[in-house]
Write a protein that binds this ligand. Structure first.
Ligand code: ACO
Length: 438
C-alpha cells in the first residue's frame, strides 16, 4: 500500500515514568504543533500487561492528524491552520474542501481544476432513482442517506481499491459531488417533487439549492444571500477533528472497508441527537418552550439532575467557551431572516434563551455555551428546509472532512485496524448447564 511520507511527525519532548508492580516504565510524550502534550501508551500492554480505561475517549488521542485544530478553552477552530471565521468570510466551499483534502488553499488554476473534477461527477447513476422509490415517502431522510450512500459502492467498482491512490482520488471526487445530488434527491422524494438534475454552470452551493428548490415548470433563480448562508453553513460544518462520526469513519475504514461504506457509517453516527441531530432538536425545544415567559421554567428543568431535559444547542465535549461557529451562524441568521423578510419568533426566543442561560451560574460553572447547532436550524428553516433535512445538510458538508480524515488514515504508515480493548466485569468461567437442567 502506498503511504504518504509526511504522516509521521512525532516530536518526543520528554517521557513520564510509570511505576507498576512489574517495575517502572518510560512513556514517551509528544509535543503537538498546538494543544496538550500526548503520552504514548501503545507499548503499555506489551510491557506491563495493563490496559488504559477511557470511556468516551475524553483523554485519548486516537490518531495523529494535520487537518483540524480545536482549542475548546479558547473557542478556536482552524482548518489546516486557517481560522474558521476567515474561511467562512472569504472562501467558496470547494476552496475549503480542497484545503481540507490536500492541505493548501488552491490558487486560481488549482481551484478551477478541482471544481471541474467535482462537477464532472455530480450526476448519479440513473438506476439510483429506483433505490429511492423503495423507501416509504415518510422515511427519515437520514435513513435514506445511510442506504443510498452505502449503495454507491455497488455502482463504482472501478474506484474501490483503497490501496490504489487513483481509486482513492476518484472516490473522493465522486463522494463530494454525489452527496449534494443524493441529499437534494432525498428532499425531493420527501416532498413528492421530481428529481432535478445538477447544473454544472453553478457553484457547488448554488447547484445544491437549485436541485432542492427548482421545479421543471418554472425558472429558479438562486438568492445570493441564501447561497452565501448555505456556503457558510457548509464551511462551518466541513470538519471538526476526531468527533463521533469522524472516528466512526476512521474505525470503519481501518478494516479496509471502501470509502462509500465508511461514509455511510459516518452518516449513521451523525444521525444521533447528541451529535448532528441537535439542530433539529433545538427547533423542537423552541416549539416546546413556546414563549419567553416559559424560558425560566425550561432553564430550571435543564439544571435539574433528575430531569433528563437538556438545553439543546448548548454545551460541547470540546468547547468550554463560545463555539466559534455559533458566532458566524448567529450573524448569518440575522442576514437571512432580513433578506427573506421572515419574522420568526423563534429567533427572538433563541436569543432570549441564550441571554438567560449565559447569565445563569449553572451554565457558567459548567462552561456551557451555545454550539453551532443553536442558530443553524433557524436559518435552515427560513431557507425552506424541513427539520428532518437538517442533519442531511450537515452530512453533506461533513463528507469533505470525513473523506479528508479517511485519506489521512489510509496514508498513515502506522495505520492498523482499530481494535479497542475492554474492562471485563461480566461472569467468570461457569460450568455449562444443559437446557433440561436450567
Ligand atoms: N443542558 C444542561 N446541562 C448540560 C448540558 C445541556 N445542554 N450539556 C451538558 N450539561 C451538563 C451535564 O448534565 C453535566 O453535568 P454534571 O457535571 O452535573 O454531571 C455537565 O454539564 C457536563 O456534561 P456532559 O454530558 O458530561 O458533557 P459531554 O461532553 O459528555 O456532552 C454534549 C456534550 C453531548 C454536546 C452535551 O453538552 C449535550 O447533550 N448538549 C445538548 C445536545 C447538543 O447541543 N449537541 C450538539 C453538539 S455540537 C455537534 O455535535 C455539532
Amino acid at each position: 500500500m502506498s503511504k504518504a511520507s509526511t504522516a509521521v511527525n512525532q516530536n518526543v519532548s520528554k517521557s513520564y515514568k510509570l511505576e507498576t508492580d512489574k517495575g517502572s516504565f518510560d512513556l514517551p510524550v509528544y509535543s503537538p504543533t498546538n494543544g496538550p502534550d500526548v503520552m504514548d501508551v501503545t507499548k503499555l500492554y506489551g510491557e506491563t500487561g495493563l490496559f488504559t480505561y477511557d470511556p468516551g475517549f475524553a483523554s485519548t488521542a486516537s490518531c495523529e492528524s494535520k487537518i483540524t485544530f480545536i482549542d475548546g478553552e479558547e473557542g478556536i477552530l482552524r482548518y489546516r491552520g486557517y481560522d474558521i471565521a476567515d474561511l467562512a468570510a472569504n472562501c467558496t466551499f470547494m476552496e475549503v474542501a480542497r484545503l481540507l483534502i490536500y492541505g493548501e488553499l488552491p490558487n486560481k488554476k488549482e481551484k478551477e481544476t478541482f471544481e471541474n473534477q467535482i462537477t464532472y461527477h455530480t450526476m448519479v447513476h440513473e438506476q439510483m432513482h429506483f433505490f429511492y422509490r423503495g423507501f416509504r415517502r415518510d422515511a427519515h431522510p437520514m435513513a435514506i442517506m445511510v442506504g443510498v450512500v452505502g449503495a454507491l459502492s455497488s455502482f463504482y467498482h472501478d474506484s474501490l481499491d483503497i490501496t490504489n491512490p487513483e481509486h482513492r482520488e476518484l472516490s473522493t471526487h465522486r463522494l463530494i459531488a454525489k452527496m449534494a445530488t443524493l441529499a437534494a434527491m432525498t428532499y425531493k422524494y420527501a416532498v413528492g417533487q421530481p428529481f432535478i438534475y445538477p447544473r454544472n454552470d453553478l457553484s457547488y452551493t448554488e447547484n445544491f439549492l437549485h436541485m432542492c428548490f427548482s421545479v421543471p415548470s418554472e425558472p429558479y433563480v438562486v438568492n445570493p444571500t441564501v447561497a452565501s448562508a448555505m456556503r457558510r453553513i457548509f464551511i462551518l460544518h466541513a470538519d471538526h477533528e476526531q468527533n463521533a462520526s469522524t472516528s466512526t469513519v476512521r474505525l470503519a475504514g481501518s478494516s479496509g472497508a471502501n470509502p462509500f461504506a465508511c461514509i455511510a457509517a459516518g452518516i449513521a453516527s451523525l444521525w444521533g441527537p447528541a451529535h448532528g441531530g441537535a439542530n433539529e432538536a433545538v427547533l423542537t425545544m423552541l416549539d416546546e418552550i413556546g414563549s419567553k415567559e416559559n424560558i425560566p421554567e425550561f432553564v430550571k428543568k435543564a439544571k435539574d439532575k433528575n430531569d433528563p431535559f437538556r438545553l439543546m444547542g448548548f454545551g460541547h465535549r470540546v468547547y468550554k467557551n463560545y463555539d466559534p461557529r455559533a458566532k458566524v451562524m448567529q450573524e448569518s441568521c440575522h442576514q437571512v431572516l432580513k433578506e427573506l423578510g421572515v419574522n420568526d419568533p423563534k429567533l427572538e426566543l433563541a436569543m432570549e434563551l441564550e441571554r438567560l442561560a449565559l447569565e445563569d451560574d449553572y451554565f457558567a460553572e459548567k462552561k456551557l455555551y451555545p454550539n453551532v447547532d443553536f442558530y443553524s436550524g433557524i436559518i435552515l428553516k427560513a431557507i425552506g428546509f424541513p427539520t428532518s433535512m437538517f442533519t442531511v445538510l450537515f452530512a453533506l458538508a461533513r463528507t469533505v472532512g470525513w473523506i479528508s480524515q479517511w485519506r489521512e488514515m489510509i496514508e498513515d504508515p502506522r495505520q492498523r485496524i482499530g481494535r479497542p480493548r475492554q474492562l471485563y466485569t461480566g461472569e467468570g468461567e461457569r460450568k455449562f448447564v444443559p437446557l433440561s437442567k436450567r
